[in-house]
Structure formats: C-alpha cells, structure tokens
Design a protein around this ligand. Structure first.
Ligand SMILES: Cc1cc2nc3c(=O)[nH]c(=O)nc-3n(C[C@H](O)[C@H](O)[C@H](O)COP(=O)(O)OP(=O)(O)OC[C@H]3O[C@@H](n4cnc5c(N)ncnc54)[C@H](O)[C@@H]3O)c2cc1C
Ligand SMILES: NC(=O)c1ccc[n+]([C@@H]2O[C@H](COP(=O)([O-])OP(=O)(O)OC[C@H]3O[C@@H](n4cnc5c(N)ncnc54)[C@H](O)[C@@H]3O)[C@@H](O)[C@H]2O)c1
Length: 444
C-alpha cells in the first residue's frame, strides 16, 4: 500500500507533534510516525515525570527548612505512592496525544520509519510518499561502553522505579545526574554521583555549581569528582564500580547519566545523503539537511542550542512557516536552561565569565539573596544570583540563579532580556508585592 502526503513527520515527541499540528493548521496533508510512546521523551520519560517526582522533594524541603521556625515533624517520601502519582499523569499521555492528533485530522502511523532511498520512506514495510520529510526522532541515553555496561540502567528506568533501592549511583554529572540524584536522595537512598573530571554541569557558572554541590553534599549526596569509571562487576553484595586509580563504589542501582545521543543511526540516512554525527543531524540555518526535501528539528538536529522542549516547539513553528513560505534563516532568542535539583540552578544569556572579559561594559551583580524577604520567609539555606547588566543600555543580558525558585525567576529574567527592559521601564510596571517578581528591580 502506498500513501501520499505533503509532509511526513518522523517522531511523535514535542518537536514532531508541534510540527504536525502547525502543518495541519496550514491545510497540509500530514502523517506523523512514532515507534514508541506518543508524546515522546518529555511527557513520558523526561521533564514532566521528573518534575512530578521533584514535587515531593520540594514539599519535603519546604517543611524541613521551616523546621523549628513554625513547623514540627518532618514528612517522608513514600516512593510507591509518589510513583503511583506520577503514573496517574504519565499513563494517559500516549493515548491522549494520539487522540489529539487524530481529532485534528492528522494521519498517524505506529512503527519504525526508515529511508530505503529517495522518496522511499517506509514504516514497517509500507511506503509513505511525501514531498517533504521532517525528522524529529530525539535522543536516547548514552551507555558508556565499559566492561559490565550491561548493568547500567538509564533515566527512563529510574523515572519508573517501583521500589527505591538502598544504594543508587549516577555516573555522569550533567542535568540528569544532578536532578535524579536529588530525587533519589530525598527518597531515602544512599546516593553517589560520580563525575569524570572536576567540572560537572560545565555550561553553568562554576561558583554556583560549587554552591549547589555543597548543598547536595549537606543533604546527603556523595559527589565524587575526577573518577573515571572503567568497569562494573556484579558481586554478591552489589554492583562494584571501579576506576583505574583504585576508586571503588558498591551500589544496588547504577544509572548512566553521561549524556544523550541522537536517534539518527537507525533511519537509513545513508540511503538519502543525510549526514549526522554525535551532535545530531547536520542542518543548515533553515533546518534543512543535505537532502533538500529532508529537514531535522528538535533534539535530533545538530543546532547550536541546548536540547530542550521549548526549543523543539520553537524549531517546529519556524520550519512550518518555512515550508509554507520560505524566508529568513532561523535565529534563536535567549534560551533559559536549568537543573531541577534542590536548590535549582538556572541560567540564561551571557555568563559572568564572558562579562568579566569586558568589565568596562558589563557589570556583574553577585547577589546573596538568602536574607531577602522572598527567601527568608521559608527559611532558605541558599539563594544567590549573578546578574549581568549591559551598562551601555541599562538592560539585563544574562543571569545565573541558584535558589528554590530559580525556575520561576529565570523566566522573568528571560523576559527582561528579550524585551530589553531597563530598570526605569520595569519600575513603571506595578508588580504585586511581596512576590519574587517584585524583587526583580533589585537585580539591576
Ligand atoms: C530525564 C530527562 C529530563 C528532561 N527534563 C527536561 C526539562 O526539565 N526541560 C526541558 O526543556 N527538557 C527536558 N528534557 C529534554 C526534553 O525531553 C527534550 O528536549 C524533548 O523531549 C525533545 O523533543 P523531541 O521531539 O525533539 O524528541 P523526543 O521527545 O525524544 O521525541 C522523539 C520521538 O521520536 C521517536 N522515534 C525515534 N526514532 C524513530 C523512528 N525511526 N521512527 C519513528 N519514531 C521514532 C521516539 O520514540 C520519540 O518518541 C529532559 C530529558 C530527559 C531525558
Ligand atoms: N532540566 C532540563 O532541562 C533537562 C534535564 C535533563 C536532560 N535535559 C536534556 O538532556 C540532555 C542530556 O542530559 P544529560 O544529563 O544526560 O547529559 P549532559 O550532557 O548534560 O551531561 C552528561 C555529563 O556526563 C559527563 N560524562 C561524560 N562521560 C562521562 C564518564 N565517562 N564518566 C562520568 N561522567 C561522564 C559529561 O561530562 C557531562 O557533564 C541535556 O543536555 C539537556 O539538553 C534537560
């Protein structure tokens, strides 16, 4: 059976579903192909389940920091109940996404998409004919190719654990390692985070990363830096992780959190002249591959931006516009990114290190906000921000924030950057007091 469409979209995650929806709204005939769960990584095994589990950490920490300041006793995480709460959300995602696509008249196919050749896109033997194809197949966890790699589990396994093991170890200090270590620690596990050099979360301000590590260490997470794990051995007392320098750690569960790799190696891209490497599928500044009818968006594309859900949607909306009416190359606004640990670490725009190189122009406001009203009232242990102000324009151009509410503050800061809001302009807006937003004027 051969079916013909204007556009075929491969991957039913945030990028693919946004793409298919935007194309359908333009009146195009579109088919979307998904080999696993509709909705993709973010709502099924990424952002959303992670943040549901984090809700218990946030509530527990809020109660703990107010201990002896008006609260007594301390809540404990009931992992099976928390997991049931998470599943109450995630279990409905795939069917819900499929229904939403179908209701909008978007054709759907479940199966592995594969390019047999130009114009020969197949899904489980069926040829799908489409003028253009958009690849939005995302990424999957890297499994380090060390001895005993078969004992590694991934973030996907962690986010669906029935029981929290006694000892949990994360190999790799990036977003996934820090976020899931925070959750496992709050759930009562003995948690180790092992990183191969001395710069975990290397995209973030090193001082604030050190502050975050100090907080996590105080909370009970053991962080081992400069340890390069070479082997995992299963013994009667657990999984033994070993580094070349004699370092050894025993654990019940070992999560490989050493990064993610593009889902580009199983698509037959060599049959259609599309190139990729470990950063993703090579695209030009119109998100077009070397094959003029094939595009790549979201996590799988090698664009110069972090791999995040809002960017998947942003690239989808841009490309839908391009396919309708070709125009200017894609440009990206300031992109906020954050680590949902306890506390949260968030960053947007210019870093303090870059600003320091031009100190005549850029002022770095390094602010200890711990005693500020917004943080004092719930007894926060740490609240720190570095805010970069361009002195020639009086606008904020970058910020790093470490606090329990950094995830909200960074969005306000992103708006200030995007809208080029000066202090004068901000103070002409009345913001409800006392709220984190009413603190914005003190960041300049
Ligand atoms: C643990 C974790 C936490 C995260 N937390 C955050 C967060 O807090 N905030 C944030 O912004 N981002 C977060 N992310 C990143 C976010 O999930 C991704 O940026 C986002 O899902 C990318 O969307 P996508 O559509 O490009 O890819 P995906 O969501 O990965 O979707 C790609 C889809 O393509 C399908 N597919 C692959 N190959 C084929 C094939 N051959 N045929 C058919 N279908 C195929 C896959 O099954 C998948 O469903 C997190 C990721 C992880 C792993
Ligand atoms: N909050 C969020 O927005 C969020 C959360 C999770 C994931 N994500 C997305 O998923 C992507 C992947 O996240 P991630 O944490 O899996 O990857 P990452 O690339 O952020 O971090 C992986 C870390 O593992 C380290 N590493 C590599 N090899 C190692 C080794 N042999 N031993 C020890 N450490 C090693 C790297 O130096 C790096 O610090 C992120 O870049 C982000 O785009 C976002």
């Amino acid at each position: 059976m051969t079916t013909s469409y204007d556009v075929a979209v491969i991957g039913g995650g945030p990028a693919g579903t946004a793409m298919a929806g935007a194309l359908k709204a333009q009146g195009k005939q579109v088919v979307i192909i998904e080999s696993d769960l509709w909705g993709g990584t973010c709502p099924n095994r990424g952002c959303d389940p992670k943040k549901i589990l984090l809700s218990a950490v946030e509530a527990k920490d809020a109660a703990t920091t107010l201990h002896a300041k008006g609260l007594t006793g301390g809540p404990q995480v009931d992992w099976p109940a928390l997991m049931a709460h998470k599943r109450g959300y995630t279990d409905g995602i795939s069917d819900g996404t499929l229904n939403s696509l179908t209701q909008r008249g978007i054709a759907t196919r479940h199966g592995e998409a594969y390019f047999q050749g130009d114009g020969q896109l197949t899904v489980d033997g069926t040829v799908i004919q489409a003028r253009d194809v958009v690849i939005a197949t995302g990424q999957r966890p890297v499994i380090l190719p060390i001895k005993g790699h078969e004992y590694f589990k991934t973030s996907t396994d962690f986010l669906d654990l029935d029981v929290m093991p006694k000892r949990v170890t994360f190999v790799g200090g990036g977003y996934v390692g820090f976020e899931l270590a925070t959750i496992a620690n709050a759930a009562g596990a003995d948690v180790h985070l092992i990183h191969h050099n001395d710069r975990p979360l290397k995209e973030f301000d090193p001082q604030l990363v050190r502050d975050l590590m100090a907080e996590l260490t105080t909370a009970g997470v053991t962080i081992d830096l400069n340890e390069d794990i070479q082997a995992i051995e299963k013994k009667a007392d657990g999984l033994h992780l070993k580094a070349a320098d004699g370092f050894e750690r025993v654990s019940d569960l070992v999560i490989c959190s050493a990064g993610r790799q593009p889902n580009a190696d199983h698509l037959g891209l060599e049959n259609v002249g599309v190139k990729f490497d470990r950063h993703g599928i090579a695209v030009n500044d119109h998100l077009q591959t070397a094959n003029e009818h094939i595009y790549a968006i979201g996590d799988v594309s090698a664009t110069p931006v972090p791999k995040l859900t809002p960017l998947a949607g942003y690239e989808a909306r841009y490309l839908a516009g391009q396919l309708d009416r070709p125009g200017a190359p894609i440009t990206y606004p300031a992109v906020p990114t954050q680590v949902y640990a306890a506390p949260k670490l968030a960053q947007v725009g210019m870093s303090a290190a870059t600003a320091a190189a031009d100190s005549d122009r850029y002022q770095v406001n390094d602010l200890d906000m711990t005693k500020w009203f917004s943080y004092y009232r719930f007894g926060a242990n740490v609240a720190r921000a570095k805010v970069i102000v361009d002195q020639t324009t009086g606008t904020v151009v970058g910020a790093t924030v470490l606090s329990t509410i950094a995830d909200e503050m960074i969005n306000y800061l992103t708006l200030l950057i995007d809208q080029q809001v000066t202090l004068n302009k901000l103070q002409r807006t009345i913001l409800a007091y006392p709220t984190p937003a009413s603190d914005l004027q003190y960041l300049y």
